[in-house]
Write a protein that binds this ligand. Structure first.
Ligand SMILES: [Zn+2]
Length: 181
């Protein structure tokens, strides 16, 4: 296990895989969070299990952090645990692209493709980007009626379903019950 950095030399990756574990301080997390709605709460941690697969390197990442959210509906502040599990594959940068940066790459490759050059891999940027994109910019706490998530699977133009009509045989019972209560 390597502690303290999310980078590793290719030669240092064990053939059975190597685990990197790095704490994520609040100072590190703060600029990655949408500042209006998130606040770091307790330091997090990221673990990256790195394994070579031919000339590619697979990184299996687990990121845990606890943050405060400001609910977008009820404005209350709540603690929220974030647990992300994701996989990234790093490929050696093709010869003809050495010298260009992967950032301004517009060759249409899928966004989950990461590249490395030389004999060292750095997972920091990939992990950071995944974390930023995984966060909901409009977090909802769901703790009370006002912020129960809306069912987005229902067609938008459909009227909300009305309560099922009461069976006339039960209607009388309901009246009785109401009168009693
Ligand atoms: Zn809420």
């Amino acid at each position: 296990m390597v502690t303290g950095t999310l980078a590793i030399r290719l030669d240092d990756i064990d053939k059975h895989g190597t685990l990197l574990e790095v704490p994520l301080s609040n100072e590190y997390l703060a600029p990655l969070l949408f500042e209006e709605v998130y606040r770091p709460r307790t330091p997090g941690r990221v673990r990256v299990f790195v394994k070579k697969h031919r000339n590619a390197v697979v990184a299996i990442c687990d990121l845990d952090a606890t943050v405060s959210i400001i609910c977008c509906r009820c404005c209350s502040e709540r603690e929220r645990a974030i647990a992300l599990h994701f996989e990234q594959t790093y490929y050696p940068l093709p010869e003809d692209r050495v010298g260009t940066t992967t950032e301004d790459d517009d060759s249409g490759d899928d966004l989950d493709r990461f590249y490395y050059t030389g004999d060292r891999l750095d997972f920091e940027r990939g992990v950071r980007e995944h974390f930023v994109f995984a966060l909901d910019p409009h977090p909802v706490c769901g703790a009370n009626e006002r912020c129960t998530p809306i069912d987005t699977t229902a067609p938008a133009d459909e009227e909300p379903e009305l309560a099922a009509p009461v069976d006339p045989r039960w209607a009388k019972l309901m009246t009785v019950k109401l009168a009693d209560g």
